[in-house]
Design a binder for this molecule. Structure first.
Ligand SMILES: Nc1ncnc2c1ncn2[C@@H]1O[C@H](COP(=O)(O)OP(=O)(O)OP(=O)(O)O)[C@@H](O)[C@H]1O
Length: 252
């Protein structure tokens, strides 16, 4: 493995080094079609689509960095690579410490368990002990504004309630790196504002953040640096104000 050059001032928390990610784009419309094609000796055409191409960036400890780009440019793919949900086809992704993504918020929730049971389950998945979760339970409940519904099965929750509880767990666990992906679309306006404040507090306490959002006002407030991705390629990495400018001037 070749040496990776450190590009950040502080110790890097996230290293994305010459990363390429491809997805298989199948041209056969159905399994049946593919099977019939195969019986007739035809090749199943499977083109690959390059979602990210040779992307390199690093995020230093305590830094908040935005990933900007138009729809389909590869932002969520970048976050999924950092969270470990996806693996790169080429290149290396490294992270230091406990990573929590708000991308998969609620993914570990079980519909037949109560809100309370789900809090413990989800916190455990995110690496918290039972005692740690117990110590923070009241705070989690208060933030979620779920109230007495906490002892009902979550399948009876409205989607907003479900997301509020899941989000509340995710932002109350101890973490070193927080991956934020359009989470502020969660809940109603007062709840969104509360989340924004909480994320800002986490950034101020030194949590490293990688933020994907189309909300330029929010990223400008939260991040000092921005990376612009265009059609899977990094086209800019620098101060957030300049990154927003580059995005506005670029074409989809
Ligand atoms: N699992 C997958 N299989 C096939 N193609 C995928 C998969 N995930 C993403 N893609 C494709 O990769 C490209 C980048 O997707 P990605 O979700 O990273 O974009 P994005 O910049 O986050 O977009 P948006 O702003 O719309 O959320 C898109 O063209 C998308 O269709």
């Amino acid at each position: 493995m070749s040496e990776i050059e450190v590009l950040t001032q502080s110790t890097p928390s996230i290293i994305v080094d010459h990363v390429t990610k491809r997805f298989i784009k199948r041209n056969s419309h159905s399994f049946k079609e593919a099977f019939v094609g195969w019986l007739r000796g035809r090749k199943v055409r499977a083109d690959s689509f390059t979602a990210l191409e040779d992307v390199t960036f690093q995020v230093g400890e305590g830094e908040s960095v935005a990933v900007l780009g138009f729809n389909g440019s590869g932002k969520s793919t970048s976050l999924k690579l950092v969270s470990g949900v996806l693996e790169p086809d080429e290149g290396i992704v490294l992270t230091r410490g406990r990573v929590a993504g708000l991308i998969e918020v609620g993914a570990g929730f079980h519909p037949d368990l109560t809100g309370r049971e789900n809090v413990f389950l989800n916190a455990a998945i995110l690496g918290m002990s039972r005692a740690e979760t117990e110590a923070r339970f009241d705070e989690i409940l208060e933030f979620s504004e779920i109230g007495d519904f906490i002892d009902q099965e979550v399948k009876h929750y409205s989607s907003g309630m479900f997301m509020r509880l899941a989000f509340s767990v995710a932002i109350h666990v101890d973490l070193d790196i927080l991956l934020v992906d359009e989470v502020l679309s969660v809940g109603d306006a007062p709840f969104r504002e509360k989340c924004r404040v909480r994320i800002q507090q986490l950034a101020e306490t030194g949590v490293t953040m990688l933020v994907v959002s189309h909300d330029m006002k929010m990223v400008e407030e939260l991040c000092e640096r921005g990376i612009v991705i265009n059609r899977g390629r990094k086209i800019f990495d620098g101060p957030i104000v300049d990154a927003i400018d580059v995005l506005k001037k670029s074409r989809r």
